[in-house]
Design a protein around this ligand. Structure first.
Ligand code: GDP
Length: 195
């Protein structure tokens, strides 16, 4: 699949701001600063579709991007940024849960983790949550340019073990910097959309 057209369709904090459930959605979740905006820009071939942040933790909205007039990419708010107040992080959690639990046209949530580290406790919580809702199955390991080829398989094994992935679950390494991994991920997304 190639993304030939993408645009921000809606920014939401509440359900009444979500776009209609007329197109299927693939959402992206991950810790703040994991490289989610950079990946979305790589996938869509746009430099500034999603805002790459110098200061993590800024995005507090659910952003709906309309893609090829055929489906939506949904950018979920990054979790785990230490400097936000408890009340803000609670409202984020509620907003995210509300979307994940109630959205009938949501196919799956692609979870991003940093390839350099074992997934954090919050990554694990997020994964367990997605699994409970049947929204798991694809993990993207970001910033793959930061490790050597030798380390790659070791880190992928570590991610698999820490998140307790099933053998059929995918872990796809990507680098927004080196522009690698996007085609593989787009192919996986295409298959999901065809199912
Ligand atoms: P977000 O908070 O998850 O949306 O993350 P961003 O896309 O804003 O990226 C956070 C930081 O990581 C920025 O400084 C990016 O330049 C950097 N970054 C993102 N992707 C990559 C990558 O593939 N490789 C490297 N080396 N840095 C990256």
């Amino acid at each position: 699949m190639k993304i030939s057209q993408s645009q921000l369709e809606q920014v939401a904090v509440r359900e009444d701001q979500y776009p209609p459930e007329d197109l299927r959605e693939i959402a992206f979740a991950g810790r703040s600063n994991v490289g989610k905006s950079s990946l979305l820009n790589l996938l869509t071939g746009r430099k500034k579709l999603a805002h790459v942040s110098g200061s993590p933790g800024k995005t507090r909205t659910i952003n709906f991007y309309r893609v090829n007039d055929a489906f939506r990419i949904v950018d979920l708010p990054g979790y785990g940024y230490a400097k936000v107040s408890r009340s803000i992080s609670e409202s984020w959690g509620k907003m995210m849960e509300h979307y994940l639990e109630n959205r009938d046209n949501l196919i799956t949530v692609i979870q991003l983790v940093d390839i350099r580290h074992a997934p954090s406790a919050q990554d694990k919580t997020m994964h367990d949550y997605l699994k409970a809702y049947g929204l798991d199955g694809i993990v993207v390991a970001t910033k793959a340019d930061k490790i050597s080829r030798n380390q790659l398989n070791k880190q992928i094994r570590l991610i698999r073990q820490t998140l307790q992935l099933d053998p059929e679950d995918l872990v796809l390494p990507v680098s927004a910097l080196k522009r690698t991994g996007a085609d593989e991920l787009l192919d996986v997304m295409e298959q999901l959309l065809e199912e």
